[in-house]
Design a protein around this ligand. Sequence first.
Ligand code: FAD
Length: 262
Amino acid sequence: MYEFEFTRPASVAEAVAALSTEDAQALGGGQTLIPTLKQRLAMPTTLVSLSGVAEMQGIRLEGDGPLVIGGAVTHAQVASGAGAYPALAALAGQIGDPAVRNRGTIGGSLANNDPAACYPAAALGSGATIVTNIRELAADDYFQGMFTTALEEGEIVVAVKFPIPDAANYQKFVQPASRFAMVGVFVARFADGVRVAVTGASEEGVFRWAEAEAALTANFTPDAISTLTVDADGMIGDIHGTKAYRAHLVNVMTRRAVSASA
Ligand SMILES: Cc1cc2nc3c(=O)[nH]c(=O)nc-3n(C[C@H](O)[C@H](O)[C@H](O)COP(=O)(O)OP(=O)(O)OC[C@H]3O[C@@H](n4cnc5c(N)ncnc54)[C@H](O)[C@@H]3O)c2cc1C
């Protein structure tokens, strides 16, 4: 690990100011960033911890929705405090292990946008809004490919607004060594249609499965998508599973999610 300065601001304004110094970097729960620093793969001059920023804490339900979750809220806090959106709370409770859940944050996860992470599927599948220090971004515009988002340099995820669907479920096929999703599918049924978001499978990162959304909007049953397939060409192929295997899993996990939420 290289030497760095450490600062723990108390407000978003202070955090943004601290991040404007050259080579400063935000620190959420450190579950991705600290190992990166330990391996000397990054060399920030200053780490700006977001854990003391008051505006980035807490979970609150605005009327019947959205559910607003602060960017520094940990996975464990979402698991125990997002009862208004049970599918989201259940997803948070399946992330990593207790150490990861007690430190890792929703803002850090969405900023990192790991192609196998769980929250990107929830945010995209729910049609969530990502609130930053300068703007509000629809999830459809926010995710821009593996480890890539619409965030600009020094921009921080302050909160995430989740509309609450009539029914939803997340099914995760766990890669047992890492605990990440080999394939994870988040299905959410709203009055005006169904959204299906897939993580872990694609070389492009999280994506919406449009054909399944159309079929499930017409008929919200597992049978409605039994013959649908995603193209294996764009899938991730690695030592844990071939492209064809992941493509197959997308259909299986989507049907399970529909079955569990219906
Ligand atoms: C063993 C292990 C298992 C895991 N399993 C899973 C899993 O099953 N599913 C899953 O989804 N994830 C999993 N993770 C990832 C974990 O959940 C963390 O969410 C993730 O590492 C990033 O969150 P963090 O708060 O730790 O961010 P950090 O590591 O602190 O930061 C990650 C990146 O985001 C930036 N950042 C942090 N917070 C913000 C913010 N609010 N705004 C803007 N930028 C920010 C940092 O500058 C850095 O670039 C696992 C991690 C580990 C180590």
